[in-house]
Design a protein. Structure first.
Length: 227
């Protein structure tokens, strides 16, 4: 852990949470991802060894406690929630730009989408939804949601079940919808998101999807940021 050599509490706090990836791990734990592999899905570019190292550091600092195979935030770490949300709101408003291709991570997108499903609007029967992100390399382009109300499971490999609803789109279009830059209805009318399946599922699908908690935050235009 890097020391800033200052008595200032801002500096001392950053000694714990200021290292790369650390606050994103806290974000994942705040979202309810308590198992190692669940956390890793939320930070897919992070190596397993580095994640293990960061979790040990957070344990040593009294920020995380391990219970069986799960990691849980302590009360001290839970107080970071408004800070994490505030950073996200500030980032959407002031720091966010059009995503570069390398930033359009399909695993992170699908992980976010699957944990923000409006479960009360799901059909009563079991439903399997397949996603084909046609602008992503083949081995990372297909995902499945296995829905058995109120549970929603994301599968990164074919689960072997019959597919009830097929969603064909691009990762960019889906990210723009998720982040509130583009409405789902407009995107579907433009055929940037195509649905194939029974009419009740096609009509119901838009009602299942919640958006990012940061989607409502308006983005400041470039001219205003510079001015």
């Amino acid at each position: 852990m890097i020391s800033y050599g200052q008595f200032c509490p801002v500096a001392q706090a950053l000694e714990i949470i200021g290292e790369r990836w650390t606050l994103l791990i806290v974000r994942e734990l705040l979202c309810g991802n308590y198992r190692f592999n669940q956390i890793l899905h939320g930070v897919p570019l992070m190596s397993r060894s580095l994640l293990a190292q960061r979790l040990r550091m957070l344990e040593d600092q009294g920020m995380v406690e391990r219970r069986d195979a799960e990691y849980h935030l302590t009360p001290a770490a839970r107080e970071l929630e408004p800070i994490v949300m505030g950073l996200g709101e500030w980032g959407k408003r002031w720091a966010r730009r059009k995503a570069k291709p390398a930033e359009l991570d399909p695993v992170l997108l699908m992980w976010d989408l699957h944990r923000h499903i409006e479960t009360t609007r799901l059909p009563e029967r079991k439903v399997v939804v397949s996603f084909w992100l046609r602008d992503v390399e083949a081995k990372r382009s297909r995902y499945w949601l296995c829905i058995q109300k109120p549970e929603v499971e994301l599968c990164l490999t074919n689960p072997g079940f019959d597919v009830d609803l097929r969603v064909e789109t691009t990762v960019r279009a889906l990210v723009e919808v998720w982040m509130g830059d583009r409405s789902l209805s407009d995107t579907m009318r433009a055929n940037a998101i195509d649905l194939e399946g029974p009419s009740d599922l096609v009509k119901g699908f838009p009602k299942w999807l919640k958006l990012s908690p940061f989607a409502p935050m308006p983005r400041v235009e470039e001219s205003a940021r510079i001015g």
